[in-house]
Design a protein around this ligand. Structure first.
Ligand SMILES: [Zn+2]
Length: 300
């Protein structure tokens, strides 16, 4: 089974206010030739591209950016938007609720609503809006997450313009991973460019995973650099910690979903890296990255 563990979904209603400024910034930064590649985050397009790529299931993430971005819609509206998709395509999607833990009791109520009533399978933290995930004030939230037995995907690494980088260092996941050993944490983007830190945290803690979303440009423009990092991840964390993800639709103008899946399926160690002692990924390891690892965490 192929699972994309990190995808976004949006339309004109969701892209408004400061969020549209953010998306415009990404379009410019990534030199996207046609803005539609990034601004069209419709479910119809996603289903089409999943189909082309042979992706069986996709994790779609709600986003709670209310603490940083002015918008006419609220984080609950975003979660409801995701919930509608889950209702229409229960076999295709797993929803992660966008919840900012700074909301305190309200965050716990939204967690319960999303998981117990709407069938979400996890939580997404958008740390780049300005919070350290290991703040002790959030511990009651984690206690409830532990009881509900769902994973948390934490944004780590680089974010777009207008967002804060200091909160996005993987090291802030270490404390909560130690204090809540029964919660599985997924660190997005292998923490890029704090990759070494991400691998250290995921390597030490049995309950911390990494996803390879947003690494499409590295693969496209320097396959050996991507392969070397992936190999380092395997050696430091273990193959079972690596999850396939895309950050769809943000990098589709650089690499299609189909080519990103192919990149892992046909992964080959280039000759210079073989000379360095780097060995091929086995078929079993590729299958683990592409979906088997995520299936275990998501309880599929
Ligand atoms: Zn993302």
């Amino acid at each position: 089974m192929i699972i994309d563990a990190h995808c976004h979904i949006w339309d004109e209603t969701l892209i408004n206010g400061d969020f549209s400024k953010l998306i415009d910034g990404v379009i410019k930064k990534l030199k996207c030739p046609d803005p539609k590649y990034i601004s069209d985050g419709s479910v119809e397009r996603l289903l089409r591209e999943m189909d082309e790529a042979g992706i069986d299931k996709t994790v779609i993430l709600g986003l709670d950016g209310d603490f940083l971005f002015r918008s006419t819609i609220s984080y609950k509206f975003y979660n409801d938007f995701v919930a509608d998709i889950l209702k229409n395509y229960p076999d295709k999607f797993i929803g992660f609720a966008g919840i900012d833990p700074r909301r305190g009791k309200e965050a716990i109520m939204e967690l319960e609503r999303c998981v117990e009533e709407l069938g979400f399978g996890g939580v997404k933290f958008w740390t780049l809006t300005g919070f350290y995930p290991d703040d002790k004030k959030f511990y009651p939230f984690y206690e409830r997450v532990e009881e509900l037995n769902v994973p948390i995907l934490v944004h780590t690494g680089l974010g777009p313009q207008y967002t804060y980088l200091k909160y996005c260092q993987p090291i802030y996941v270490d404390t909560i991973a130690v204090d809540f050993p029964d919660i599985n944490f997924i660190m997005a983007h292998m923490g890029d460019p704090f990759t070494n830190q991400a691998l250290a945290v995921a390597g030490k803690n049995p309950n911390v995973y990494i996803d390879i979303s947003a690494w499409e440009p590295v693969f496209k423009f320097s396959p050996p650099a991507f392969v070397q990092t992936l190999y380092q991840a395997k050696m430091t964390c273990g193959i079972e910690k690596i999850l396939f993800g895309s950050d769809w639709p943000l990098f589709t103008h650089i690499l299609s979903q189909q080519d990103w899946v192919k990149a892992i399926k046909k992964l080959k160690i280039p000759p210079p890296l073989r000379l360095m002692g780097i060995t091929e990924f086995t078929e079993e390891e590729k299958t683990a990255i592409l979906g088997n690892n995520a299936a275990k965490i998501l309880g599929l």
